[in-house]
Design a protein around this ligand. Sequence first.
Ligand code: PHE
Length: 342
Amino acid sequence: MSNIDLNQVKLAANTEIDNTSSLKELGDLRIKYLARKGIIAGLFDNINKVEATSRPECGKQLNALKQEVTEKINQKALQLETTQTQDAGAIDITADGILPILGKEHVLHRLIEDACEIFTNLGFEIVTGPEVETEFNNFTGLNIPLEHPSRDTFDTFYIEASKSNQKLLLRSHTSPVQIRVMKTRKPPLAVVVPGRVYRPDAVDASHSFMFHQIEGFCVDKNIRFSDLKGVLNLFLKNLFGEDIKMRFRPHFFPFTEPSAEVDISCIICKGRGCSVCGRKGWLEILGAGMIHPNVFKNVGYEARRYTGFAFGMGVERIAMLKYGIDDIRLFFENDLRFLKQF
Ligand code: PHE
């Protein structure tokens, strides 16, 4: 065994180690050179063929070679490990980001907020009331006679087993909040009431046993029908657009006198007549009127001193007209494909 043999082994090992690109190949090289039956061990085996005098020197050189190859392989292993983990966890900064799915307000909630904001800008305050009401607030206080059909169980959910002598019910409109506010406060009042109401209707494309209303009322000395018209005109133009037209049709409500139903020019056909407005060019949008003197009496107001107007509208109906939705059930099914559109 000569220096040349050792140098050749060293050279071969170095080039082979340098050229490996995987830990697997490197493992093979470790076996090839350093294992018990590997090349370097083979050289050690041959040491007795060397002249006795040069054996110590030869052994030294072999140990040095073994050491060198071991270190080189260890170093290479380290290098391969780090580049491999870097590759695996590499971040492609040019890749498209993943948009997180953001929640948003329900379309009805958005509409209620928008409507309330228009009214607060006009000086109204927002008041809410409970969904479980007394018969007095929901009917009697509002001048609705005992024999009125809206009182029977086909039109109102009554709550059984109420301990008080007052019958309790799920409010069938937001008007009882008029009674609540007027019973506890004195005019001037300008109040808007958003909220849920309940009626035992069979569910179909245009009926739901629960829906939303926005009530509004204003009481002071000298409040006139023209104030009602002015407020509703501003509100409807704000909500539906400047070019919308409004008209009042005579109507009847027990709690207002005179009463009216208010229409807007059809937002789909702009009044020309289409399937949404039934070729009429007008859409019924809310009920309104001047608060009946009996209502003032029922809350203890001096009916001669004050006048006021009130109006009430269905939120689902307005949303359906505004967005061209033909089935009320869509609002409550919470299908994301529907809700995402708004
Ligand atoms: N409460 C009436 C309804 O639910 C709407 C309304 C409110 C009408 C106030 C006039 C005044 O149909």
